[in-house]
Design a protein around this ligand. Sequence first.
Ligand code: G3P
Ligand code: CA
Length: 278
Amino acid sequence: HRAPASRPGSRPPAVIAHRGASEDAPEHTLAAYRKAIEDGADALECDVRLTADGHLVCVHDRRVNRTSNGRGAVSSLELADLAALDFGSWKGRATDAEAPDTETTDPGDPADTAVLTLERLLELVVDADRRVELAIETKHPTRWAGLVEARLLALLGRFGLDRPPPGEPPAVRVMSFSARSLHRIRAEAPALPAVYLMQFLSPRLRDGRLPPGVDIAGPSIRIVRSHPGYVARLHRAGHQVHVWTVNEPEDVELCLRLGVDAVITNRPKAVLTQVGRR
Ligand code: G3P
Ligand code: CA
């Protein structure tokens, strides 16, 4: 399977909500993903990690300290431990001048800011009243030697999302900084597009070729800013280009000019407006 590369600039980029609409709502919560769907995002990005008792949860950091009122590594906590934590009230504290006043603001339904399992996120996507895709990133998968991918494939299989029906585009793509993780997934589910994430441009990737078995390039916006010709090189090599994390209007503008295929952003509503799709 190879995702077709679009002609640069031929159409506005797909807009992928990074950790949900994570500028407006606490990242990786139901609240953030519901908002992203409401805002019109084409796809939802999420990071997945394994709990001590083998559940895949949507958490970015190795530890829960930054995004919850708890402490410790996800891998050392059980799902029940995580379910007792609040993943919402950290948002806006200290650094955000527009932080909600917790005295007067309705805290909302705690279920909307509880730890989010990948299973619950898949339900949300499957039950959505319009098509919305999912871009699932495996985080530090080497530690678990294949367990993250095995769990992910089993879960996608249960929802029928590992193999798209004939003639239909896949609703799920997988992403990773680890080519090995993507290979493990593609070995079992060859129809799922795979995005190879890059933080910096290593010399062996400069010619636009990606590791074998990977379809889509996922360069950081930093790479795109400092090597704008790289996008065209990737397109010539037949790869789509999905850029992260594109929040600043001038970066959206650059991505539009270069004809990238998707932008991954914390601000799906603002980006959809800027690219003329809202
Ligand atoms: O979408 C890719 C991007 O999310 C990778 O970086 O650290 O936000 O997971 P990070
Ligand atoms: Ca991510």
